[in-house]
Design a protein around this ligand. Structure first.
Ligand code: GLP
Length: 241
């Protein structure tokens, strides 16, 4: 896996943003997937500002959400849907609902949700680009340690580390025990995957991701088996390398 290290999280986000802009220029009808969580926020902001200045046009792109906490919807601040819509989809000019497919964490039938999202991706053929945050336990989306590698969308029991970390996203107390997520098969089949991490707290998992042979025990290592993966990190996240 190619590793690109940047002096700051801001310069990393700019480079990631420029990379995505180039990709959309080359293939305007790209299917893009952005993680929720904190990691992509600076990059999403860069992309929104570029779109508002007319430097990029997402008008022909499609978007698929990476994951969602089961039981949470947009009205919960900290849900993946709320994050992606508030930071990106609702700020990019002239995006329409038909361009966006996002898990409904409140759906009664989660298997049907998985099927719906799988079909949206299949209709486009392949995900052109995924921007993935690395969880503290190495999860990608909600592909937790021990994840089966042969799955597309699936419902997951959350790892204890994920439940513990989850409090950082929410203002109110929420009880999360399951997630719904794109699967490792989507990550393997995507044309390009960008793993991203910044900050000292990610230094340990970044080192483990790089030093460990691909294994489900550390899902981020599986990205090394994907077609074309790159890892973007800042100095602090790369401080143990
Ligand atoms: C969270 C999210 C993922 C995110 C990852 C890393 O649980 N569900 O979409 O990529 O874990 O989160 P963060 O970027 O906040 O460190």
């Amino acid at each position: 896996m190619n590793i690109k290290k940047f002096s700051t999280a801001v310069s990393m986000a700019e480079a990631a943003g420029e990379h995505i802009i180039e990709l959309v220029k080359k293939k305007p009808e790209s299917l893009l997937c952005f993680a929720g969580g904190e990691t992509p926020l600076l990059t999403l902001n860069y992309l929104v500002e570029a779109a508002l200045k007319g430097k990029v046009d997402f008008g022909k792109c499609s978007f698929v959400g990476l994951d969602e906490w089961v039981g949470l919807g947009r009205e919960t601040k900290g849900s993946c849907r709320q994050t992606l819509f508030d930071y990106f989809f609702d700020r990019v000019p002239e995006l329409t609902d038909s361009q966006i497919c996002f898990f409904d964490g409140l759906a009664n039938d989660l298997d049907a949700e998985c099927k719906r999202v799988d079909e949206f991706i299949a209709k486009h053929g392949v995900i052109d680009f995924m921007l993935l945050g690395i969880g503290m336990n190495g999860h990608l989306g909600f592909n937790e340690p021990g994840v089966p590698t042969d799955k597309y969308c699936h419902v997951v029991d959350l790892d204890s580390v994920t439940k513990k970390v989850s409090v950082k996203y929410f203002d109110e107390e929420v009880n999360v025990s399951k997630g719904i997520s794109l699967g490792i098969k989507h990550i393997m089949e995507a044309t390009e995957v960008m793993l991203m991490a910044y900050g000292e707290k990610k230094a340990d998992i970044v080192k483990r991701t790089i030093d460990t042979e691909p294994t489900s025990d550390v899902p981020s290592t599986l990205a090394k088996n994907s077609k074309n993966a790159v890892m973007f990190i800042d100095e602090a996240a790369g401080s143990q390398l």
